[in-house]
Write a protein that binds this ligand. Structure first.
Ligand code: FES
Length: 245
């Protein structure tokens, strides 16, 4: 009985999230064109084993069997993917867009029983707080990549890629620092924050970002995907990096 275009948001979510999942899966299996000079695609960072100068521990070790699909992205992407998949905002969005559970607020569901998150398998969504800890570590690596993106042959400079990789860190930080689990971790367990000044400031900052969580979720999704496209295009010689100086 609900009037209005309630279906529009789920359809846009389906298209946006679906396109990102298809592209990122494709990109993760490529294993080539993921770096260009001092630029490293965020899908491949940190590069634990790999053939580029960004690799932390050298090339693929012999103990990884040849029959196993291998790219540096496949080693690490499960962590940021798990972080997004279990995010409280995305859960609300893709339950509606992909599972119609429910299709939208105050719109009937196409099934009789409620699939709650208190039972298997959705109870595993509670793992989100642990993915948050990993996401915070990833943010440090990505910030380091953004810093490296300003150094060309040992000299400081700014290229369009430096801006793109920095924007990626900015939006991912906005998304991660506004996480509901982080907010709870900082101050959600305290009865009173007023007499804990540092915690109080951090909690308020987190709450401010939390109010824009959906915005940061989409912006960071778009920018992280574009960062990979940008580095890939440079590496393939399709685009040329614009250097400011
Ligand atoms: Fe969205 Fe944690 S709730 S990242």
């Amino acid at each position: 009985m609900r009037r209005g275009a309630w279906w529009l948001t789920p359809v846009l979510t389906f298209l946006g999230l679906g396109a990102f999942v298809v592209y990122s899966t494709w990109a993760a299996f490529q294993g080539v064109h993921y770096h260009y000079g001092n630029y490293l695609s965020p899908f491949y960072s940190p590069e634990i084993f790999g053939a580029t100068p960004h690799a932390m521990f050298g090339v693929k070790p012999s103990w990884i069997p040849d029959w196993l699909p291998f790219t540096p992205a496949l080693l690490i992407l499960w962590a940021p993917a798990g972080f997004r998949f279990t995010c409280y905002y995305y859960r609300g969005a893709y339950y509606k867009a992909f599972w119609a559970d429910p299709p939208s607020c105050a719109v009937g569901e196409p099934r009789a029983h409620y699939w709650g998150e208190r039972k298997f398998p959705l109870i595993f969504q509670n793992i989100h707080r642990y993915f948050l800890y990993l996401a915070l570590i990833f943010l440090v690596f990505l910030a380091h990549d953004a810093w490296k993106a300003f150094w060309f042959d040992g000299k400081f400079g700014i290229g369009l890629g430096s801006i793109v990789l920095s924007a990626n860190v900015f939006f991912l930080a906005g998304y991660t620092f506004g996480c509901h689990s982080l907010r709870h971790l900082i101050g959600g367990r305290c009865d009173e924050l007023a007499n804990k000044p540092v915690q109080c400031v951090a909690y308020n900052a987190c709450s401010k970002l939390n109010k824009r969580h959906m915005l940061f979720a989409w912006c960071s999704l778009f920018v992280v995907g574009f960062s990979d496209v940008y580095v890939r295009m440079l590496s393939m010689g399709v685009w040329t990096d614009f250097r400011f100086f």
